[in-house]
Ligand binder design. Structure first.
Ligand code: BTN
Length: 220
């Protein structure tokens, strides 16, 4: 499958442009975003040098699984550059325990807009330096085709194979985590279920996390 890339130097958010374009397999790529956003409406810093894009899809699989799939595509693409990143549920890519990339899956009029933000040659704001990391040795023009190649491969896979690839490349399962949903609790992340939700064992009970924030309490 061919992706069509539409390039912008400056946008509010590639997700918003994607909502207006709404054509399958189109990629909205921007040099900078003024209002880049993450999950729960958080700000996503998007200065020049990073890879900020939204991929417009009409996947066969559950839209919940798309950000897991996007994370696997990023980690697999980085492996081609001998970089070993890993996946933190639900939508972070970590390198050396810090956030390298984030994914945002939004559904709009039957399309899934898969937003990907990867810190490459961009600056990391000083207040985020303890928790975020970039990869200055990689430029976005070399990484982008690799990611699209991986996405293309994965979009034709069966759900179970996608979940297994996520399991292979994750650094969440088997670890002690703190979950922040309506309430906050600690437990051990055990698995992801067929919908991509996280299964956590906490005080002898099995709990299913659908949309919360998860902090890994061990050093990675
Ligand atoms: C997160 O970690 O909470 C998700 C971050 C997603 C950021 C990307 S950058 C490209 C796309 N456009 C946006 O406004 N957000 C996503």
């Amino acid at each position: 499958m061919e992706f069509q890339i539409i390039r912008f130097s400056y946008v509010s958010s590639t997700q918003d442009i994607a909502k207006n374009v709404l054509r399958e397999n189109v990629v909205i790529l921007a040099d900078t975003q003024q209002n880049g956003r993450g999950r729960f409406g958080r700000t996503w810093h998007s200065p020049p040098g990073g890879l900020w894009m939204s991929v417009i899809l009409r996947p066969r699989i559950d839209s919940h699984l798309i950000s897991l799939l996007g994370g696997v595509a990023i980690v697999s693409a980085l492996e081609k550059f001998n970089i070993k990143a890993c996946l933190k549920w639900p939508n972070d890519v970590l390198l050396n325990g810090k956030k390298l990339a984030g994914l945002l899956g939004e559904v709009h009029k039957g399309y899934v807009l898969l937003g990907m933000g990867i810190n490459l040659q961009n600056e990391i704001p000083p207040e985020l330096k303890d928790t975020a990391i970039n990869l200055p040795e990689i430029n976005r023009e070399e990484l982008l085709p690799r990611i699209l190649e991986e996405l293309d491969n994965m979009l034709s896979m069966e759900k179970e194979d996608i979940l297994n690839l996520w399991r292979e490349k994750n650094c969440t399962l088997g670890r002690k985590v703190r979950v922040r949903e309506i309430e906050e609790y600690d437990g051990i992340a055990r698995d992801i279920d067929e919908k991509g939700f996280l299964i956590v064992e906490s005080e002898g009970k099995i709990r299913r996390v659908m949309a919360g924030d998860v902090e890994i309490l061990e050093k990675l």
